[in-house]
Design a protein. Structure first.
Length: 232
C-alpha cells in the first residue's frame, strides 16, 4: 500500500517546514502531502492552520499577514528547541525539494474556512512553473475550490476531502469529476469503501500512524494512507 508523508516527516520534524520536507524526500515512500494558504500579499505558503498561533511563536491569521511578516516568526521551536529558526515555506520552495524525485505531491487547498480568491490559479501557475502536472494531486474540503481548479487545470488529478461521509458517495464524487476521495480512516466503513472502489473511485485514508490500522486499510483495498510516522 502507498504511503504519503503527512505534512512532511512530521513525526520527527516540525510539520510543514523545509526540514520536514527535506527529510521526507529521503524516505522510500510514494508521496508527500501538505497544506497551502494565501498571504495578505498573495503569496502561497505551506502551513496547516488558518492562523500561525499553534506552530509558531507569533499570532494572527495567515491572510492578514504578508510573507515578510510571517517570516519574522519561528516555526520550529514549538516542536523542539533544536529546530528553532525554521521559517514558513512558500509553495515554490517545497515543490523545488520534490521536483527531482518521483514522489506524488498532494497539495491541499486550505480554503474551507477562508475563501482565498484566486488561490486555485496561483497554485496552477506554480505547478506549471515546475512542470509537475503529472505528479500533482489537488485536494480540499472546499469542493467548490476543487471545481474551480479543474476549470483551470483539468488534466491534474483531484480528490475530495471528507471529514464525514455523504450518502451515494460515488455519485457525488463523479459529479465533481474527481478520481479519488480522502477520508478519515475511522469513517472507513467496509461497505462504503468497497462500494466506492467498485465504482471506480480511489480511496485514500488519513491519518494512519498504526501498523494494525494500516493493515486494515490495505485489506479493504485503500490505495494509500497519509502518515506522520511514515513507516507503518
Amino acid at each position: 500500500m502507498n504511503i504519503l508523508a503527512h505534512r512532511g516527516y512530521s513525526a520527527k520534524f516540525p510539520e510543514n517546514t523545509l526540514i520536514a520536507f527535506e527529510e521526507a524526500a529521503k524516505l522510500d515512500v510514494w508521496g508527500v502531502e501538505f497544506d497551502v494558504h494565501l498571504t495578505k500579499d498573495q503569496q502561497l505558503v505551506v502551513i496547516h492552520d488558518e492562523s500561525i498561533n499553534r506552530t509558531s511563536n507569533g499570532k494572527g491569521f495567515v491572510k492578514d499577514l504578508s510573507l515578510v511578516e510571517l517570516r519574522a516568526f519561528d516555526y520550529g521551536s514549538w516542536f523542539a528547541e533544536e529546530f528553532a529558526g525554521q521559517k514558513i515555506p512558500t509553495l515554490a520552495e517545497v515543490l523545488a525539494i520534490f521536483k527531482d524525485t518521483d514522489y506524488q505531491i498532494n497539495i491541499e487547498i486550505k480554503s474551507d474556512i477562508f475563501e482565498y480568491e484566486g488561490i486555485e490559479a496561483l497554485i496552477a501557475q506554480e505547478i506549471l512553473n515546475f512542470g509537475l502536472q503529472e505528479r500533482i494531486i489537488i485536494s480540499s474540503f472546499n469542493h467548490e475550490s476543487i471545481a474551480r481548479f479543474q476549470q483551470i487545470m483539468p488534466n491534474v488529478k483531484t480528490a475530495l476531502l471528507f471529514a464525514s461521509l455523504v450518502t451515494k458517495l460515488e455519485d457525488y464524487v463523479k459529479l465533481f469529476g474527481c478520481e479519488a476521495i480522502h477520508i478519515p480512516y475511522y469513517y472507513g466503513k467496509r461497505s462504503i469503501i468497497q462500494q466506492a472502489i467498485k465504482n471506480g473511485v480511489i480511496v485514500r485514508a488519513y491519518t494512519v500512524n498504526n501498523a494494525k490500522i494500516a493493515g486494515q486499510m490495505d485489506a479493504l483495498g485503500v490505495d494509500a494512507v497519509f502518515s506522520d510516522v511514515v513507516r507503518v
